[in-house]
Design a protein around this ligand. Structure first.
Ligand code: C2O
Length: 324
């Protein structure tokens, strides 16, 4: 299906600036569990998101443009440098760093719209029993999205972390322990080597030979996209298809959790640098920042969350003990 998501002013001679780290004295934004957020926080996020949704499409900070950034990077709007292959930031070692960049800018835009530089995104903690349902806040405006599954998202339905479009009848308890085992496999036992977790090595010049998602990208990442998307839509829009996924605000909470889990995996490896290949470290992408400037940012810029002035609240990763 042809989709068009390029920015409206693509011909303009927009200046590109290189990424700079935020001031080290900036307070750390701590991303917390969506299902535990209080009403003050939800009100704040709601007002930021409402403003973002009200901005015109010409404004790169607008929600529709933000959503289309995801579309741009996965449906062939960019070519890879030095080749005519279409760029896709999924199914390779760019999956984690690219999405980190994306939600980093998104979070800072939201913060700037309400002039609150402590504002942080929340994560959908679907890997812990209390988080294994869609968090309540996503059932109210402006977090609501009509294009979601009718079957899955209502209580007491527990998420199926390795859902593959086939319904499996499990009791809630069975599903919870299944989910914990899935997590253990995807992050611990099945992801001991770099490429198993990060995805295949995607470089310019290696023609089309890399199309392999890492363990967590396949599930719970892909699987939950499909679980949330609306069955009656041809491509499971919104969440179930690349071009439309980020139109659902839950996208950002889903990816905040994935970003957190990347960090958990790194901690399991004692934070050894996962990849030292400059082809990965120096790969760069473009995003608009909160001042609507177009920024060139490299993978090496996003490997340390503290330097980006955000972090995650500490939670128990129960699945670490879910060894079969
Ligand atoms: Cu870029 Cu969850 O997909």
């Amino acid at each position: 299906m042809p989709v068009y998501c390029c920015p409206p002013n693509i011909e303009s001679d927009e200046q590109i600036i290189d990424f700079e780290f935020p001031d080290p004295s900036e307070q750390l934004r701590i991303r917390k569990r969506a299902h535990m957020r209080d009403s003050d926080y939800i009100a704040k996020y709601a007002s930021a998101l409402s403003i973002m949704k009200s901005l015109p499409y010409d404004d790169p900070r607008s929600f529709a443009r933000q959503a289309d950034v995801h579309c741009i990077y996965c449906t062939g709007s960019y070519n890879k440098k030095h080749s005519n292959e279409f760029l896709n930031v999924h199914r390779s070692w760019f999956f984690f760093p690219w999405h980190r960049m994306y939600i980093y800018f998104h979070e800072r835009i939201l913060a700037s719209l309400i002039d609150d530089d402590t504002f942080s995104l929340s994560f959908w903690n679907w890997d812990t029993p209390a988080g294994m349902v869609m968090p309540d806040m996503y059932f109210q405006e402006p977090f609501l999205d009509t294009e979601r599954s009718d079957k899955h998202i209502h209580r007491p339905r527990v998420v199926n972390l390795d859902y593959n479009l086939v319904e499996i009848n499990r009791t809630s308890e069975e599903q919870i322990s299944h989910n914990l085992a899935v997590m253990y496999h995807q992050v611990v036992s099945g992801a001991k080597k770099m490429e198993l977790f990060m995805g295949c090595i995607y470089k310019s010049g290696i023609n089309g030979s890399c199309d392999g998602a890492g363990t967590v990208e396949q599930a719970p990442h892909d699987s939950l996209h499909g679980w949330v998307g609306k069955e009656s839509n041809r491509y499971l829009e919104h969440m179930g298809v690349f071009y439309a996924a980020a139109r659902d605000p839950i996208f950002f909470a889903h990816h905040a959790n994935l970003d957190r889990i990347w960090n958990v995996w790194e901690e399991l490896r004692n934070n050894e640098p996962e990849i030292v290949d400059p082809d990965w470290l120096d790969s760069y992408f473009f995003f608009h920042n909160e001042k609507s400037q177009l920024v060139r940012i490299k993978v090496r810029d996003v490997l340390n969350m503290t330097k980006l002035r955000y972090g995650y609240e500490k939670v128990d990763n129960l699945w670490l003990n879910a060894r079969p």
